[in-house]
Design a protein around this ligand. Structure first.
Ligand SMILES: [Zn+2]
Length: 547
């Protein structure tokens, strides 16, 4: 029963609350931006509030993507599309670049995003010389879908002075058989070129955030967590936070965002001799920051690379590549030092770790930090947490660490991952193992690495199939209820937001998604066919309409 009079009631709905106290309901009472009651059909009919008949539609808590790159995704919407669905071979990529170069003034960058060498007919990256052939006068940057590689042409290399300047630590400038750069820049070496394209103008970032947020609303997303504000993998956006504040002020940012500042944006400052050296940030922070729409989460650190790119730090060599067991993006002493400093300064820490050696090393770092500076309820995170040995699943549970895996990797890049790890596949993306160990599991996409629609992520958490239709790790599959929990309450927990978000319960924010079917009872192999009919944020329908 409500104690306060609602101003809006959604009635005659199939409400999946994700609240164990009342799993199913039929009506929701809302006052302002909060839920003030959840009940049976017509439970709030006598309140006199405006009532909307949902006609039996399924209502779930708004989705929360616990790891995405919103600003980067927004930027890709303006770039040449070379995702596997669009460009199936190196030749098709070259055609797309040729078309774009033809309509771009000489000297202006041509930027394309989304190819995966594992999915191209040739099973390799395009080369500098191939790009030169179709774009001699425009610098070209091809971004790999993982974000861990790019390929550039000679014009771009000249601008970046590749060969003249030192290769950054944690990066590789790949060479061809003649010892010449073939155009492929790995991991931190991407800084050489990306450094030329950043920082972006604040107005451009605002525009990109707006375009991304419109898309998110259409997919039922009401909150997301930005994994690396201030720049990642060679990008530098020192005022990115100011751009988020601007986008919010301009009404362009229409979903709630938890910002995870890149550890590179943190720096020391003056302090009393009795205090440890603090680790603080600026990022353009100014008045008005910090509410239900924009807040800080963890600081983000990169430990290693990717499985499909075979740069993740592994205990054993990648399949068919003796001598290659990946690498760390910084030496482990420095990595553990950063974890210690960030932990000591009060940060929740989120480290990107995909290989089993990287995951184990990050756990060593968390363990040491927690022993030296004990702190309750830290919820330190491991982003991706791709390959995890059984003993490390146990350690994750013991240390209260939150793994942040991406189920959509299984269907979009799972075949490439499976080839890279061979018989170690059972250790890959252990969603069920984490739940069974008592770990809280969030839902996330790493967009733009893969399609970020949460319903596709939920589909993959449940189905565990690669895009060849091969079973990936069926023993790690979740039920639809568990997958929905991950993308709502699990993600909220990963950002310390479980009291405000993640379930449909009295007192929580009125953030909801309306679906055309009940994903917990529909044929599991058809979850990806589910349509989002409407999305409510803060008590108002921001996508779709109900009257
Ligand atoms: Zn990411």
């Amino acid at each position: 029963m409500t104690l306060v009079k609602p101003d809006l009631v959604l009635d005659n709905a199939n409400v999946i609350t994700v609240d164990s106290g009342l799993p199913r309901a039929a009506s929701i009472a809302i006052l302002g931006d909060r839920i003030v009651g959840v009940g049976k059909r017509h439970a709030f009919a006598t309140t006199g509030a405006r009532s909307i008949d949902m006609d039996g539609a399924t209502v779930v808590p708004g989705f929360n993507d616990a790891h995405n790159h919103m600003a980067i995704y927004g930027a890709t919407l303006n770039e040449v599309a070379i995702q596997p669905a669009i460009a199936k071979s190196v030749e098709e990529i070259l055609d797309a670049i040729a078309r774009s170069a033809a309509e771009t003034p000489a000297g202006v960058w041509v930027i394309a995003t989304g190819y995966d060498d594992n999915k191209l007919a040739e099973r390799r990256h395009p080369t500098r010389q191939e790009l030169d052939r179709v774009s001699p006068d425009n610098p070209v940057l091809l971004n790999h879908t993982s974000g861990h590689f790019c390929v550039v042409n000679t014009a771009a290399m000249r601008l970046a002075r590749v060969g003249e300047v030192a290769v950054p630590e944690g990066g590789v400038v790949a060479l061809d058989e003649n010892g010449e750069p073939n155009g492929l820049l790995e991991e931190q070496a991407q800084t050489l070129v990306r450094g030329l394209l950043h920082p972006r103008a604040i107005a451009d970032i605002v525009q990109n955030l707006g375009a991304a947020s419109d898309k998110y609303l259409s997919e039922g997303i009401t909150s997301c967590q930005e994994a690396g504000v201030g720049g990642i993998l060679g990008t530098k956006e020192p005022l990115e936070l100011a751009a988020y504040q601007q986008a919010r002020r301009d009404g362009r940012l229409r979903v709630r965002v938890t910002l995870m500042p890149s550890v590179e944006t943190l720096h020391a400052t003056d302090h009393h001799v009795d205090d440890d050296e603090p680790f603080v940030l600026d990022l353009g922070l100014h008045s008005g920051f910090g509410d239900d729409w924009l807040k800080f989460g963890a600081t983000k650190i990169f430990a290693d690379g990717s499985l499909i790119g075979r740069t993740a730090a592994m205990f054993d060599d990648f399949e068919g590549e003796p001598g290659n067991n990946g690498y760390f993006q910084m030496d482990e002493v420095r990595l553990h030092g950063l974890i210690m400093k960030a932990h000591r300064s009060g940060w929740q820490v989120a480290v990107h770790a995909i290989g089993d050696r990287a995951v184990a090393s990050v756990l060593d770092g968390y363990d040491a930090a927690l022993q030296k500076y004990p702190r309750d309820n830290t919820r330190h995170r491991i982003e991706h947490c791709g390959m995890t040995r059984a003993q490390d699943v146990t350690r994750i549970a013991r240390l209260g660490v939150i793994p942040v895996p991406q189920a959509r990797f299984i269907s979009e890049i799972g075949d490439g991952m499976a080839r890279a790890i061979g018989s170690r596949k059972p250790d890959c993306y252990r969603m069920r193992s984490f739940l069974d160990a008592g770990v809280v599991l969030p839902g996330s996409s790493d967009r733009p690495v893969v399609n970020g629609s949460p319903l596709l992520g939920i589909h993959d958490l449940v189905n565990q199939r690669t895009d060849d239709g091969e079973p990936f790790n069926l023993h790690e599959a979740l039920t639809a209820e568990e997958a929905l929990h991950a993308y709502t309450l699990g993600s909220a927990y990963a950002a310390f937001d479980e009291n405000d978000k993640g379930s449909i319960a009295r007192g929580k924010l009125a953030d909801l998604a309306v679906l055309d079917r009940d994903i917990t009872t529909t044929d599991p192999t058809a979850i990806d066919q589910t349509k989002v009919l409407a999305t409510m944020v803060a008590g108002s329908f921001e996508f779709g309409s109900y009257t």
